[in-house]
Design a binder for this molecule. Structure first.
Ligand code: ZN
Length: 663
């Protein structure tokens, strides 16, 4: 009797020890479906219009609220808050980009992949591996350590994959392409002369000129860097091309694979292998990848090649936990896209592919994630299930212009054809939520709670503010004459000995602080505080000369919104733009063009990255009533842990939205 009692109490303990063979709160299951960037206004409108029946039914049966985002309201920051239950001050991700105070140059704000290491270039000592700026343990890892079995698919910026004993995890956004970039497409054509590409625009893809001999050509596609480094040339992929004019198609040869692609069509995934061979012909490593081809046109010939994806069966760096899980999914479902930035916004933005091609690719990718989600759901060996779709965000970035007649790239003809693109992706989301609900079913004696969340909302991006130009015009940034370099990045001609503030990233301003920046001039204390105040009030008063409207809703001060953050990393000011505005395209990498404002003439036409957290919420829908008011994305991690009756770590800032398990 006494032993049984001790066992019962011990079984409900919150001490953190893993209970072998028995999940806590047995029978409880939690499913979290994430849809990046779903905006509450769009969602409410289309639910009311009856276009999203499953989401509407979920809202009516359970709950539906705006979900507070992070400051700034953007994916790297918000999904890292989702994972850790902490804000950026603690988790350490402030934007896609941060600055190095020693050099004033931009640096990646999220993470990346370290190359493999070799012994005398003969033997691999250590494989390539991902790294992240994230601090703190994600809730799925904490849960796994307590015996809750997680399945985690495609959570943005959860890369490298976390150890999840007893569970499975596939990384999504954060996984680079084989060039080591966020996502770089290639574009092949015979007429890529001067002006064929925007020099210095990292979003413009790699342009490969084709020398056609009759209807045939051979091209060496730029491949990954040589993993041994040392200034060796990049690897290349040899592509054979034959134009079949009567068949209105192109025949492509890559390795031993031949693919025939009709004009306007897409190839399936084509695998390739790039061996790296040491002297004396010793095979060192082989880099495996996947790509797809799209025939934009035949006369003139224009070919699009997707970013070179890691092969799921043999990724360049681990993208899953356990390591062979990515391969297991490929065996079950076929090859799939692994590059984290999974919609080719750059190719549409550079106008190398058209709206239809972008949407065809997006739909296929959403289908791949859907298939993996439903397959994993069907297996009964999980307690906590998380899957995130990013297509809802990407389509809104690229097609907002067709929902906003005030946008400089609004086009009535395109709007008639593609004005419903965002709505259609929301309809796919609705179908997926329905399929997941049907797939989960009911487990005898247990209960399953479903949460559908998005990390932030959306705004139109009609005009950009050149923030460095504004700082220069107001005497905070001093620039010498730079004839011919007015449009360069990286602070051309800036006199740091007389510059007090500078801007990098989307919405961040940094003070040239003495003792922190390499050539800092602003004294900490009263001078620093006064400068923050003056810049903030000045930006808040700035008017758009075109409309007479204010651009900036408010400017947040870093020490207030990032308390306790490492000062060499956290921004000093965070601009919160009003609807219609953002930092310009030239600001994130330190450009200082002459004009203060620039109309946004790109197809990337919706944004949120430098918007005000107060008017850019995401959403949460739940299969039951949520506890408390004003839910926020920081609440999800403690919600999940409490749901399984696990202790919520003291550093987590949110609070549970669903009542805790009684144990
Ligand atoms: Zn976005």
């Amino acid at each position: 009797m006494a032993i049984a009692l001790v066992a019962a109490i011990g079984g409900g303990g919150c001490g953190g020890a893993r209970e072998a063979g028995k999940a806590p709160a047995a029978g409880r299951r939690l499913v979290i479906l994430g849809f990046d960037g779903v905006d509450s206004r769009f969602l409410s409108r289309w639910m009311e219009e009856g276009k999203l029946p499953r989401l509407r039914a979920l809202a009516e049966r359970g709950d539906y609220r705006p979900l507070g985002s992070t400051n700034p309201p953007q994916s790297p920051v918000a999904w890292t808050t989702f994972a850790t239950g902490t804000g950026p001050a603690r988790h350490g991700v402030f934007d896609f980009i941060e600055r190095d105070p020693a050099t004033y140059l931009p640096d990646v704000g999220t993470g990346g992949v370290r190359p493999p290491r070799f012994w005398h270039d003969l033997v691999q000592r250590a494989p390539a591996e991902g790294w992240s700026r994230r601090r703190g343990m994600p809730f799925w890892q904490i849960a796994a350590e307590h015996g809750v079995r997680p399945v985690v698919l495609h959570v943005p910026y959860a890369f490298p994959p976390d150890p999840v004993p007893g569970g499975r995890m596939l990384a999504g956004l954060g996984v680079p392409d084989l060039l080591g970039t966020n996502s770089t497409f290639m574009f092949l054509a015979p007429d890529l002369g001067a002006g064929g590409g925007r020099r210095g625009d990292p979003g413009g893809g790699r342009l490969v000129p084709l020398a056609l001999a009759g209807d045939d050509a051979t091209a060496d596609l730029p491949g990954p860097p040589d993993p041994r480094g040392g200034g060796r040339p990049a690897l290349t992929l040899r592509l054979g091309i034959h134009v079949d004019r009567t068949g209105d198609a192109v025949v492509l040869h890559l390795g031993e694979h031949e693919e025939r692609v009709a004009r306007g069509g897409w190839s399936p995934w084509v695998p390739f292998r790039l061996p790296v061979v040491a002297p004396l012909g010793i095979p060192l490593v082989a880099i495996d990848g996947l790509c797809r081809f799209h025939v934009v046109s035949i006369d003139p010939l224009r070919l699009y090649v997707s970013p070179l994806n890691y092969a799921p069966s043999h990724p360049f760096a681990a993208i899953s936990a356990p390591g062979d899980y990515a391969a297991e999914l490929e065996r079950a479902l076929g090859p799939y896209k692994t590059v984290g930035w999974s919609e080719d916004t750059s190719a549409l933005n550079a106008e190398r592919i058209d709206e239809q091609a972008f949407l065809d690719d997006l739909e296929r990718t959403m289908g791949e994630v859907r298939a993996a989600t439903l397959r994993e759901l069907e297996r009964s060996d999980w307690d906590l299930f998380i899957s995130v779709f990013t297509q809802t965000d990407r389509v809104a970035h690229m097609f907002y212009r067709l929902l906003d007649p005030e946008h400089p790239r609004y086009d009535a003809v395109l709007a008639a054809r593609f004005g419903d693109a965002v709505e259609r992706v929301y309809e796919q989301m609705d179908e997926i939520v329905g399929a997941v609900e049907d797939g989960v079913g009911a487990r005898p004696g247990g209960e399953t709670v479903l949460l559908v969340v998005s990390d932030h909302g959306f705004h139109s991006y009609r005009a950009g503010l050149n923030v460095n130009t504004w700082l220069k015009n107001h005497g905070y940034l001093v620039q010498g004459a730079v004839p011919g370099r007015e449009n360069d990045d990286f602070f051309p001609g800036v006199d740091w000995s007389r510059t007090r503030a500078y801007a990098l990233g989307t919405g961040q301003i940094y003070v040239n602080l003495r003792g922190r920046e390499a050539r800092g001039v602003v004294a900490p204390g009263a001078e620093y505080d006064g400068l923050l105040e003056a810049i903030a009030r000045g930006l808040e008063a700035e008017l758009d000369p075109a409309t007479g409207e204010r651009l900036v809703e408010t400017v947040y001060k870093g020490p207030e919104i990032f308390p306790g953050a490492p000062r060499e990393r956290a921004p000093d000011l965070q601009i919160a733009f009003r609807d219609g505005y953002r930092t310009s395209w030239r600001t994130p990498l330190g450009g200082i063009p002459n004009e203060l404002m620039e109309p946004n003439m790109r197809k990337w036409s919706g944004d949120h990255a430098a918007s005000d957290v107060a008017d850019t919420p995401g959403v949460i829908l739940a299969s039951r009533r949520l506890a408390g008011d004003d839910p926020a994305i920081v609440d999800l991690a403690p919600t999940a842990l409490a749901f399984f009756g696990l202790p919520v770590p003291a550093e987590m800032q949110g609070r549970p939205l669903v009542e805790a398990a009684h144990r």
